[in-house]
Design a protein around this ligand. Structure first.
Ligand code: MOS
Length: 748
């Protein structure tokens, strides 16, 4: 590719091309769409977490003004179960279709649905449905003991061995290790709180179903909904033009989606269903509570000899979401004897699901905290402990890393933070009357590609259009795709049109796993290369074209112009001129790329790496702990848009501050309800909690991922962050917090 064009667009900070639409209110989010005869649906939430619906009295609700119908098990119509399909087209965490039976398994489970002419009428009717329950004690016990599960368990993504990784003899190596650490770390349930609530608008035209959704994965949603309604998937269209962020909560369909579709089917009118904030706490996923025992055995010089990571996480009664806390453990450090194993504990809660950095975020909190504690026990610097245990290869898989610059992240972090000035003695560092605490931790996140297809058009007005059925969930995907198209076609950014978020477009990747960008690069490049090749053929076959006598191989395309290679780039002709001469509006080509995610025998272990250095201030007199300074260094391959990239890491750090200090979804043991299910009681980090964030990227393109060497950056910034804060907190206060969040009570 032309180096000059690339320099101008790729790797330069680009403001979002969709920014003006968003700030002017013109961006159409799912619920901004309106249709004639649109009806409003409000689900009725179970007020018990375990039991059975004995009787539903809908008569008073049905008599209310504006009410169209009250749906329940007897009148909703058929909704099939969906199963895991090929690729990303059957993933659904809560697999039981709504109203399938009369058993209530968690608080807030939908037991009926009110549909009315207005939202207010539907809400009033939902509140007026009278329900008699057979109520049993809910199990929302926070102490997690693994259920008696088989060695191989079904998960939402397929079967998994509970023994995830094993090498050497970890038990005896631990027993004979001169230095040992055996601690259990607990992370609470946390709830995703994107500003935009979950919502669906469902419209039927004959046997065709259209859904306006805020999905992170429109093609998977199409696959699931097609199964649920017994339709060929071609009959289902899912449209998601903008998403007010998701953090994983919008990756997979939740039960309100088929409910809206079923109601629209029964009434033959479009139905809009918007969850309340309370409902999103109950029935649209959350980060699973985890309890993780970490055992480390080390030599006195700090070399690890044994690592055991045994974790248990909560799951719901019927569902199989896997909180994969152990994904990083097998490759993160060099250790000859290792075991990673998980167990699950069923609870009367809505199913947990992926939340930003699923698995790695709770997992690295535990393992990185253990590393920090071991460093203190050994009286060596925690950075040095990590250097001592840097692996040469991925010891879990026995293959090399494609690109790992973990130690260089530490080097830069140490320098930018001024880590060498750290006095390890607890409470010894002071500034302006405040006690300082310094802590650090490392992080990692997987990198791979999902399958992707994209379409690129070159048009006779000098513009280009790029289309891909992936989504922009607020992360900057519109802008990234425009940059890729601009890079390949030489068309300036403001003349690039980007179409996303629709299943009528070529099938794009999910916006998840920090993999959308890495996945689309080769597909876009392939499409652009094909469009350019076809343009060159047109240039040589159009009568009167300046290249009529040439063969395509003699021509080159650079910066939007076609020229004869032998003559150098001087005298090129803009592609728009060539199209006009041929009387063509456009050339249009699709490009595809294959998945590397889930490869059976990968040649390389592909991951991103990084580290965090944190300063907290502590005022024991008023028990005030503040995060005062953050340095984060990320090795995520090539950064296509440093502005959006930095923004991703900063956002993740803000969530990390929330995770460490504030966030905690609490279930009421009486009725199983998440009791802080609103933005007043569920406390998240806000601007006042966040200091200036100093984010650095290393720039090592990872060519195993794609031509640009770009890995993903959406999640890694949150991984490891809480462990850096707990370490800093210990350094300031002497208190080890092994159960998040670090509330004041735990410090005094
Ligand atoms: Mo992310 S939890 O894969 O949206």
């Amino acid at each position: 590719m032309p180096e000059s064009a690339q320099m101008s667009v790729i790797g330069k900070p680009q403001p979002r091309i969709d920014g003006p639409l968003k700030v002017s209110g013109l961006a159409m989010y799912a619920t901004d769409h309106h249709f004639p005869d649109l009806l409003y649906a409000v689900p009725v939430e179970a007020t018990i977490a375990n039991g059975r619906v004995l009787k539903l009295d809908t008569a008073p609700a049905e008599r209310m003004p504006g009410v169209q119908a009250i749906f329940h098990r007897a009148n909703i119509g058929k909704i099939f179960r969906s199963t895991l399909g090929p690729g990303f087209e059957g993933i659904c965490i809560e697999r039981r279709p709504p109203f399938e039976d009369d058993v209530v398994r968690y608080y807030g489970q939908y037991v009926a649905l009110a549909v009315a002419d207005t939202f207010e009428a539907a809400k009033a009717a939902a509140d007026a449905v009278l329900i008699t329950y057979d109520k049993q004690e809910p199990n929302v016990e926070t102490d997690l003991k693994a259920d008696d599960d088989p060695d191989v368990v079904e998960t939402s993504y397929g079967p998994e061995h509970r023994l995830q990784s094993e090498r050497g003899d970890p038990e005896s190596a631990f027993a004979s290790a001169p230095v040992k650490l055996d601690q259990t770390y607990v992370t609470p349930s946390e709830t995703h709180n994107p500003i935009e609530l979950q919502a669906t608008i469902a419209i039927w035209e004959g046997a065709n179903l259209t859904l306006y959704e805020e999905s992170q994965a429109v093609f998977n949603m199409r696959g699931v909904l097609a199964q649920m309604f017994g339709l060929p998937k071609e009959n289902v269209r899912v449209i998601t033009k903008f998403v007010g962020s998701g953090f994983g909560s919008k990756l997979w369909p939740w039960t309100h989606c088929p409910l809206a579709a079923a109601a629209a089917r029964q009434l033959s009118k479009p139905v809009k269903l918007v969850l309340s904030r309370k409902m999103t706490f109950q029935s649209a996923g959350h980060r699973a509570r985890t309890q993780q025992r970490v055992r480390l055995g080390a030599m006195r010089d700090g070399k690890l000899v044994s690592l055991q990571h045994d974790y248990v996480y909560e799951r719901s009664m019927l569902d199989n979401y896997h909180e994969n806390c152990g994904e990083k453990t097998a490759y993160h450090y060099s250790v000859p004897n290792l075991r990673v194993k998980f167990g699950r504990a069923k609870r009367n809660i809505g199913s947990p699901s992926d939340m930003r950095g699923p698995g790695a975020v709770p997992g690295l909190y535990a393992t990185e905290s253990a590393m920090n504690e071991l460093a203190d026990q050994l009286k060596i610097d925690p950075v040095r402990l990590r250097i001592l245990n840097e692996p040469k290869i991925d010891e879990g898989l026995g293959i090399p890393f494609s690109s790992r610059h973990y130690l260089e992240c530490f080097e830069l972090g140490v320098e930018k933070f001024g880590w060498s000035k750290r006095n390890p003695e607890i409470g010894s560092m002071k500034r302006d009357g405040l006690t300082l605490g310094w802590g650090m931790a490392g992080c990692a996140w997987l990198a791979a590609r999902f399958p992707a297809e994209a379409n690129v058009q070159l048009r006779d007005d000098g513009t280009t259009r790029i289309a891909c059925g992936t989504q922009d969930i607020g992360t900057g995907t519109y802008t990234i795709l425009a940059q890729l198209a601009a890079d390949k076609t030489g068309v300036p950014l403001d003349k690039v049109e980007v179409a996303l978020g629709d299943t009528i477009l070529p099938e794009g990747p999910i916006s998840g796993g920090s993999m959308a960008t890495g996945s689309v690069v080769p597909a876009v490049f392939a499409a652009a290369d094909k469009a350019i090749a076809s343009l060159l053929t047109i240039a040589t076959t159009t009568p009167g074209s300046p290249f009529e006598k040439r063969r395509p191989e003699e021509l080159a395309f650079e910066g939007g112009r076609v020229f004869v290679k032998a003559n150098g780039s001087a005298g090129g002709v803009p592609f728009a001129d060539l199209l006009r001469r041929a009387n063509l509006r456009l050339v249009s080509r699709n490009g595809k790329s294959e998945a590397t995610f889930g490869e059976k025998n990968p040649k390389f272990s592909t991951h991103s790496f990084g580290c965090h250095f944190v300063e907290v201030t502590w005022q024991p007199e008023i028990a005030r702990l503040r995060v005062n300074r953050v340095v984060t260094v990320i090795d995520a391959g090539r950064i296509i848009n440093p502005l959006a990239g930095r923004n991703q890491i900063e956002g993740a750090i803000v969530m990390g501050i929330g995770m460490a200090l504030l966030e905690h979804t609490t279930y009421d043991p009486q009725n199983g309800a998440p009791i802080n299910s609103n933005l007043a009681d569920y406390i998240m980090a806000v601007n006042a909690d966040v200091p200036k964030l100093d984010v650095h990227f290393l720039d090592y393109p990872d060519k195993e991922i794609n031509q640009l060497g770009a890995r993903g950056i959406g999640e890694i910034g949150l991984a490891g962050f809480a462990a850096a804060i707990t370490a800093a907190t210990h350094h300031a206060t002497g208190v080890r917090v092994r159960e998040l969040p670090i509330t004041i009570e735990k410090l005094i």
